[in-house]
Write a protein that binds this ligand. Structure first.
Ligand code: APR
Length: 293
C-alpha cells in the first residue's frame, strides 16, 4: 500500500512518522511546496525505520508527481490556527491550498482515498469532494476521533481510570456535540459541564500554549482512518463525511471502501438543534468560498 501525505509541517510530518512506526504502508511519500521540508523529513523517517529493521520506501520533495498511484492521500497542507484565530478564519487561505492539492491528486492518484485533516475540516471535506469529483465514500475527514480522544483524555483525567470509547459527534468546531448518549462513563451534571468545556476548548487550549495547533493527536486520528481502510476493520469512527450539499461529522464504519454504513444519531432535541445550526454555518462557509475563491 502506498500512502502520501501532503504538507510536511507539524501534522503532516507527525502523520508520516506515525504511519512509518506503525507499519501501515510499504511506500510513503511526502510533498510540501516549502523548500526542502518534505525531502529532509522523508529522509529522517527513512532512516528511523532502519532502527527497527523495517523495509519502507520513503520519498519526499516539492513535486506532486511523488504521490503517483497512491492508495490513500492524507491532506494536511494549509495554515494552522494562531492564537485568537478560529478554524473558520482559515477558510479562504486553506481552500486555495486544497484546490491545488486536489488538482494534483486527481492528476497523479486518481484512485486514492482522500483523508482530509486541513481546517476548517467539514468545509474542506466538502470542497475536496467537489474539486475532485470522486465518489462520496472516498473522502473522509479526520477530526471526530481527535475530539473524541480529547474527551476520553479529560474523562480519564477526571475519573482516574483509562477510557477510550466515548465519542464526540457533529461538526469540528465549537458546536461539536458532546452527548450523554455517546459517553461510556456515567458523569453527573457538574462533571459533564467540566468535561464538555475542557473538550470543546481542547484545540484552543493547545493553540494558546504552543502558538500553533496540535499535531500528534490529529496525526493519530489520520493514521486510524488509514489503518481502517488498509485492514478493512469496519470500525465505527467519528468522521466528517460528505452529505447532501455539505459535509459534517457522523458515526460511520470505515473499511476498504472508505466510508461505509452511517449510524443514525441518537440525540436530544437540543443537541439536534445545535447540530442543525452548525450545519447551516458549514453550508454558508461553503457558499462563501465558492463566491470568493
Ligand atoms: N502544497 C503542499 N504543501 C503546502 C501547500 C501546498 N499548496 N501550502 C502549504 N503547504 C505546507 C506548508 O509549507 C507547511 O509545511 O503545509 C504545511 C503546513 O504545516 P504547518 O504550518 O506546520 O501546519 P500544521 O500544524 O501541520 O497544520 C496543517 O492541519 O490540523 C490542521 O488546522 C490545521 O489546517 C491546518 C493543517
Amino acid at each position: 500500500m502506498k500512502i502520501s501525505v501532503i504538507g510536511a509541517g507539524n501534522v503532516g510530518a507527525s502523520t508520516a512518522y506515525a504511519l512509518a512506526m506503525r507499519g501501515v504502508c510499504d511506500e510513503l511519500a511526502m510533498v510540501d511546496i516549502f523548500g526542502t521540508t518534505a525531502q529532509s523529513k522523508a529522509m529522517d523517517i527513512a532512516q528511523s525505520v532502519h532502527v527497527f529493521n523495517k523495509n519502507l520506501k520513503v520519498l519526499g520533495g516539492d513535486d506532486y508527481a511523488l504521490i503517483a498511484n497512491s492508495d490513500i492521500v492524507v491532506m494536511t497542507a494549509g495554515s494552522p490556527r494562531k492564537p485568537g484565530q478560529t478554524r473558520e478564519d482559515l477558510l479562504l487561505i486553506n481552500a486555495k491550498v486544497l484546490d491545488m492539492a486536489v488538482k494534483n491528486i486527481v492528476k497523479y492518484a486518481p484512485n486514492a482515498f482522500i483523508v482530509v485533516v486541513t481546517n476548517p475540516l467539514d468545509v474542506m471535506v466538502y470542497l475536496a469532494y467537489e474539486f475532485s469529483g470522486f465518489a462520496k465514500n472516498r473522502i473522509i475527514g479526520m477530526a471526530g476521533e481527535l475530539d473524541s480522544a480529547r474527551l476520553n483524555y479529560e474523562i480519564s483525567t477526571l475519573k482516574g481510570e483509562f477510557c477510550s470509547s466515548s465519542k464526540v459527534v457533529g461538526a469540528h468546531n465549537d458546536k461539536m456535540i458532546i452527548s450523554k448518549n455517546y459517553l461510556s462513563t456515567n458523569l453527573n451534571d457538574d462533571e459533564l459541564a467540566h468535561i464538555d468545556s475542557q473538550t470543546r476548548n481542547g484545540g484552543a487550549k493547545f493553540v494558546n500554549l504552543v502558538g500553533t495547533s496540535a499535531f500528534y493527536a490529529p496525526a493519530a486520528g489520520a493514521v486510524k482512518i488509514c489503518e481502517a481502510i488498509k485492514n478493512d476493520t469496519n470500525e465505527l469512527q467519528s468522521v466528517s463525511i460528505v452529505l447532501d450539499g455539505f459535509a459534517c461529522g457522523r458515526l460511520a464504519k470505515i473499511g476498504k471502501n472508505g466510508v461505509g454504513e452511517v449510524s443514525e444519531f441518537n440525540l436530544t432535541d437540543k443537541e439536534n438543534e445545535s447540530l442543525k445550526a452548525s450545519e447551516v454555518e458549514i453550508v454558508q462557509n461553503i457558499k462563501f468560498i465558492k463566491e470568493n475563491l
